[in-house]
Write a protein that binds this ligand. Structure first.
Ligand code: DQA
Length: 144
């Protein structure tokens, strides 16, 4: 089973970006944990990050050909991008939305997600463990 872990804008700065909000782990640390957890659960995890909406859309389209599912942190595009929502909706591949921070405890504009309704599920607020929980849930959904 192959899984794509896809990170959106500004997540390349994890570790130095607002560590009080996003934690001290770098993107590379999270990716290593996802690859290791995937291996433990019998899945091959590939990680990608882009700051560009179109590149994220391309990655979702490409995932149709090779991935059984996607763990996706759309970053700030969560709250604004109709195009990313349409991409998630257009592919048959199951997508789980994850966020490091608890978006509901933050500014009101973060309370809305254009992506959630077309995802299998959503995990928010558990720091890097949101990715872990999302990956476990996604693999369970694919297997059952
Ligand atoms: C985020 C939450 C978003 O509101 C924010 O724009 C991000 C990160 C999170 O993981 O908590 O870039 O997706």
């Amino acid at each position: 089973m192959k899984i794509l872990v896809l990170h959106g804008p500004n997540l390349n700065l994890l570790g130095t970006r607002e560590p009080d909000v996003y934690g001290s782990m770098t993107l590379n640390d999270i990716n290593e944990k996802m690859v290791a957890l995937g291996r433990e659960l019998g899945a091959e995890v590939t990680c990608l990050q882009s700051n560009h909406e179109g590149a994220l859309i391309d990655a979702l389209h490409d995932a149709r050909a090779w991935a059984a599912g996607v763990v996706f942190n759309p970053g700030g595009y969560t709250h604004t991008s109709v195009a990313l929502r349409d991409a998630v909706s257009a592919i048959q591949t199951p997508v789980v939305e994850v966020h490091l921070s608890n978006v509901y405890a933050r500014e009101e504009f973060r309370h809305t997600s254009l992506i959630s309704a077309v995802c299998k599920g959503r995990v928010t607020g558990f720091g890097w463990r949101s990715y872990e929980l999302g990956l476990r849930g996604l693999i369970d959904i694919i297997r059952t």
